[in-house]
Write a protein that binds this ligand. Sequence first.
Ligand code: SAM
Length: 382
Amino acid sequence: MAAMRLIATAAFGLEAVVKREIEELGLETLSVENGKVTFEGGYPELVKANLWLRTADRVLLEMGSFPATTFDELFEGVRALPWEEWIHENGIFPVEGKSVKSTLFSVSDCQRICKKAVAARLGKVYGQEWLEETESLYRIQVSLLKDIATLTIDTSGVGLHKRGYRDYNAIAPLKETLAAAMVKLSYWDKDRPLVDPFCGSGTILIEAALVGMNMAPGLTREFAFETWSNFPKDIYQQMRDEAVDATDWDAKLNIVGSDRDLNALKLAERHIERAGVEDQVKLVHADFKKMPFNDDYGVIICNPPYGERMGELEEVETMYRDMGDLFRTLPTWSKYVITSHRGFERLARQQADRKRKLYNGRIQCNYYQYYGPRPPKGEKHE
Ligand SMILES: C[S@@+](CC[C@H](N)C(=O)[O-])C[C@H]1O[C@@H](n2cnc3c(N)ncnc32)[C@H](O)[C@@H]1O
């Protein structure tokens, strides 16, 4: 099979992190645009990206791209694509859509036209007037941008943030992909202590443990392509086996989470066990001001409350002042804080070395990065 064009979709602000991850996997990126990174590969690369990408939302297979300003052009362009190479005769193929700055702006009409065109193509190839659509899901997306239609099939299924360990939600949990990006954007490595003093349901701790153990985030979940009858199962099995072998099951990580809310900690404990990282993560019930920091050259990565809920602002502003005081007692530590509160640096009385705009869901945040000194070479800091 010729090389495919694959697209890793990403939250705004995370494209560069996703690109770096793709390149770290040894894959070649072709382009980076708003919310998507395009790369090239075959079946193994498609599987690898789904299994290993920590910060991408989904992996899409690009079927084709062509100009379309009329419904006829859209229909003919879609019908000309080789859908039968992927979708078998009973495949279920819903069509979703979006249109930005394009003549064809009615998304529902575009979806209907594309559905008809794919059905016409498959009906002809399979010699059927009516396609039953009974098994295996192939979610098609038609995306119009400045009169160029791009057609994709979603290979992931549910979003890649669903690793499989989270079954209940705490208040304001971070999406797993964002938590992983916060870890990837930090200078933490597996030989350094990591503390999240506002750990809630444990997302940052778990994502860090998965990074530290080199465990593929997709190892405990399923993907849409697994149900596709013409997808080579042996390739998937081989890549999974390789991912299991690559995991450092005996890693000795020093990851600690604390929170003042016992219920949040219970949830964190549950998720940590479900993720299989219980030997790597310790939990402490404490207010962040009482958390003992005994180590040197550690890394704090946290997502404290933002003060957006009614009546919370004053308490949160006092908390940010106290965080600044805590940070000053830890000169060898690096600190990373995500919040939507624009006054964090002022309240903490410390200017960040770097600020990065990130979105927590729809909330625009800054990721404040305070760099500590590098640990002396060759020492493990516990
Ligand atoms: C936004 S949530 C963190 C969510 C977490 N990142 C997750 O993915 O589940 C903020 C957490 O800070 C905790 N918290 C608030 N004030 C605290 C304090 N003074 N000391 C310790 N934890 C605190 C809350 O109980 C809550 O769990």
